[in-house]
Design a binder for this molecule. Structure first.
Ligand code: HEC
Ligand code: HEC
Length: 419
């Protein structure tokens, strides 16, 4: 779910800003006076989440770029840093240590909780989306409490920083993203490894980096090729799907790659120094859940010359090895095809797919985009659309037209028929 939320909000951020007759942005709920009791269990769990899974200090600290993986500098842990700066635009990860004058020492527990999951700063401002609150929104209530409890145990560091500055139009678009959370958020079922894996992948924002959201053609969820930057440093993310060009190696090898950063060889944009502390059980669960992503043929590297890539439309190392091969369509009878066209929508995700039939072929249009996508039948009801995040499947009653379609991501995302 978190991956979806991320895509949606990226789209939202690109919408033109309309001034009049808009609800007030950012949408923020009032602060409460809740506090999270500091138990040893929470401090320990919070340490694990904050330092490893959620990579808080990879952003909220200065890093040692000379060490393998560029780990956060221990004495600056949580003290914040200017992440990037150019004319009219400055991204600052604030000081979140308990220092009262320059950090979070004077903020309440709910100020922290609201910032982490709902994207509203202690002072009520909409946080820049580069703070991953949209993925952290999936954090279970107890995990959120653990993170806040752990942050309070950090040594306070005095470090005054300037504020984040965005151009006005970008800030207005950014302010539309935060969404209050008012219902309980529960974690995955404890006996379901794949559900645990999806939870961990979601809150760690793996798909945010490992999906080429902004490429001319999106190769698919976890298909790699996203160009990720930090200051002046950049790298293309790897394909994590179960294809020989991605992560087709065994579970044990994946666990070792995550523990060691492939023997220290992975680019420091991949936060492997944080992930190295994850347990084998959690890493194995992630591997199992990744097995449900549609396999994408997409070689991506970060050494050697950038070359044009047919699969994502960008120039990146290994691009020359990629050739766009679409699946072959299976035959589908006209009677079935006629049951599928319609307009399908998820109100929650503000995501619409219109499906049309012409001369025996189905075409899909996402959110009123100019271009249509031809749907290629993988089965009578399951279709591949080039550039869609994942294959889609129509849900049909015994007779009559389809009532919904689902996007086959790591979990199925439903869009109901509205027309
Ligand atoms: C990918 C980088 C990144 C990661 C990872 C990240 N943050 Fe942030 N965080 C930011 C940025 C950038 C801002 C400031 C945004 C702004 O000022 O608009 C921010 C803002 C915040 C704020 C709001 C501070 C205020 O002024 O009220 C808190 C609290 C916070 N982060 C805590 C965390 C915690 C806890 C984690 C881990 C669970 C985390 N962040 C992970 C980049 C990050
Ligand atoms: C901030 C962006 C970012 C995040 C977050 C991120 N990655 Fe990566 N990852 C990268 C980049 C970039 C590379 C490519 C590094 C290279 O080529 O040296 C990479 C490489 C990898 C590789 C190595 C693949 C191979 O065999 O070469 C694995 C495995 C991986 N990431 C898994 C994950 C998982 C699992 C998560 C979430 C827990 C995750 N990554 C989160 C950016 C990211």
């Amino acid at each position: 779910m978190a991956t979806r939320v991320l895509l949606l909000l990226l789209n939202l951020a690109l919408l033109p800003v309309v001034g009049a007759a808009e609800p007030d942005y950012p949408r923020a709920r009032p602060l409460t006076d809740r506090t999270f009791e500091a138990t040893p269990g929470r401090a320990e769990r919070g340490h694990y989440l904050t330092e490893h899974l959620l990579q808080c200090f990879v952003c909220h600290s200065e890093r040692d770029w000379n060490a393998p993986g560029a780990p956060p500098i221990a004495s600056r842990k949580g003290a914040g840093t200017v992440m990037s700066e150019r004319a009219g635009r400055r991204i600052v990860a604030p000081n979140i240590t308990p220092d009262v004058a320059t950090g979070a020492g004077g903020w309440t527990d709910d100020m922290l909780a609201r910032a982490i999951r709902e994207g509203i700063g202690h002072d009520g401002r909409a946080l820049y989306w580069g703070m991953w609150y949209r993925s952290f929104a999936g954090l279970a209530d107890e995990d959120l409490a653990a993170v806040v409890v752990y942050l309070r145990t950090l040594p306070p560091v005095r470090n005054a920083l300037p504020p984040t500055v965005l151009p006005a139009d970008e800030q207005a678009a950014n302010a539309r993203n935060p969404k209050p959370i008012t219902a309980p958020v529960t974690g995955p079922a404890t006996d379901d490894t794949k559900a645990l894996g999806r939870y961990l992948l979601g809150v760690a924002d793996c798909a945010g980096c490992h999906t080429a959201w902004e490429a001319p053609r999106n190769p698919g969820l976890f298909g790699g090729g996203n160009e990720v930057g930090r200051g002046s440093r950049k790298a293309f993310s790897a394909n994590l799907t179960r294809h020989e060009s991605g992560v087709a190696y065994p579970r044990e090898a994946f666990i070792s790659v995550m523990h060691t950063g492939k023997g220290g060889s992975l680019h420091p944009i991949m936060p492997w120094t944080a992930f190295s502390g994850l347990t084998d059980d959690d890493l194995g669960a992630m591997y199992d859940a990744l097995g449900d992503a549609y396999p994408v043929a997409h070689y991506v590297g970060n050494t050697g010359e950038p070359r044009h890539c047919d699969v994502c439309g960008q120039e990146h190392p290994f691009g020359e090895h990629n050739h766009l091969v679409l699946p072959t369509s299976v035959p589908v009878g006209e009677a079935m095809l006629q049951r599928l066209p319609g307009t399908y929508r998820s109100a929650e995700l503000d995501w619409t797919i219109e499906v049309r039939l012409e001369a025996g072929k189905l075409y899909a249009r996402e959110n009123g985009a100019a271009a249509e996508i031809e749907l290629i039948a993988l089965s009578e009801t399951r279709y591949f659309g080039s550039g869609l995040l994942a294959p889609i499947e129509f849900r049909l009653p015994a007779a009559g037209t389809a009532t919904s379609l689902v996007s086959l991501e790591l979990e199925t995302i439903p869009l109901d028929r509205v027309r």
